[in-house]
Design a binder for this molecule. Structure first.
Ligand code: HEC
Length: 115
């Protein structure tokens, strides 16, 4: 048996290590998201020639603030032809899964004007 004081020190050490690793994980996840969003912003220049940056629907639907899961799913529909708008099919087919994920992360951060 360890003396009580030694046991306490051991527990504190274990707790500190646990907190440290959880905090490290959370901050690296945040850094990854930030990187993804920046990549998506870069890629979005191709999209905003048609989709307006201010969220106004001018005959082309706004994609600002779309939930990233819905966004990814929709682009996959265009990619497979389940949705067959020719402009979007060719856009979606030029993107790989990482790029779709990055674009989804980016557009999800945007809030349409007036909302
Ligand atoms: C040439 C013009 C054009 C470009 C460029 C373009 N889009 Fe589109 N997009 C459209 C049109 C038109 C629609 C509506 C098509 C339909 O009815 O299915 C659409 C629809 C969408 C939708 C579905 C919206 C909804 O509410 O159903 C998403 C998501 C989307 N586009 C994302 C993108 C992304 C991301 C890019 C850039 C990588 C992009 N688009 C580039 C014209 C364009």
């Amino acid at each position: 048996m360890m003396p009580a004081s030694q046991l306490l020190a051991f527990n504190l050490l274990a707790a500190a290590m646990l907190v440290g690793s959880v905090a490290g994980f959370a901050s690296s996840a945040r850094a990854d998201t930030a990187k993804l969003v920046r990549y998506g912003e870069h890629l979005s220049q191709e999209c905003t020639t048609c989709h307006r940056r201010d969220g106004v629907d001018n005959g082309i639907p706004s994609i600002l603030g779309m939930k990233s899961e819905d966004f990814e799913e929709t682009l996959k529909y265009y990619k497979t032809g389940a949705r067959d708008n020719p402009a979007m099919v060719s856009v979606a087919q030029s993107l790989d899964d990482d790029q779709i994920k990055a674009l989804g992360a980016y557009f999800a951060t945007l809030v349409p004007a007036g909302k």
